[in-house]
Design a protein around this ligand. Structure first.
Ligand code: 2BA
Length: 109
């Protein structure tokens, strides 16, 4: 069994949550925010049997928007999310960050 942790942008999370339910995945959705940009995002916890993992990853890929480069390089610095950037910055945004972890024990009591 696996526990998949999916961190996604808020823009994608409604659609992803609905698609997960439609496809019979069990999930928990958490409000979260990035440590670097401090933008609000959502984190999904999905517990599933190993044979469903590839289908889940395909589903996430098909829904979460593509990563794109965000450039903020004002000479005078500025805010990126809630972070003050003094020398300009280029970061990748979008898509989803996914961790796949092995579950050693699963129980509901
Ligand atoms: P944030 O921490 O707000 O990061 C937003 C984007 O800023 C990241 O996009 C990355 O392109 C850039 N970034 C993050 N930390 C950086 C640093 N120390 N120096 C330079 N650039 C940095 P993503 O990689 O797509 O990550 C999106 C969100 O996924 C992150 O938001 C965070 O909430 C989560 N995340 C990403 N990697 C993670 C990890 N290894 N562990 C836990 N959460 C992670």
């Amino acid at each position: 069994m696996k526990l998949v942790i999916i961190i996604t942008q808020r823009e994608d999370s409604k659609k992803l949550g609905e698609a997960l339910v439609e496809n019979n995945y069990q999930l928990t959705k958490l409000d979260s925010s990035g440590g670097f940009l401090k933008k609000k995002n959502h984190t999904f916890l999905v517990g599933l049997n190993d044979e469903k993992l590839d289908d889940l990853l395909e589903l996430v890929k098909s829904i979460c928007s593509k990563r794109k480069e965000v450039v903020t390089a004002p000479d005078f610095g500025g805010m990126l999310g809630e972070t003050l950037i003094t020398n300009g910055a280029k970061v990748q945004e979008g898509g989803a960050t996914i961790f796949v972890t092995e579950v050693s024990k699963f129980m509901k009591v």
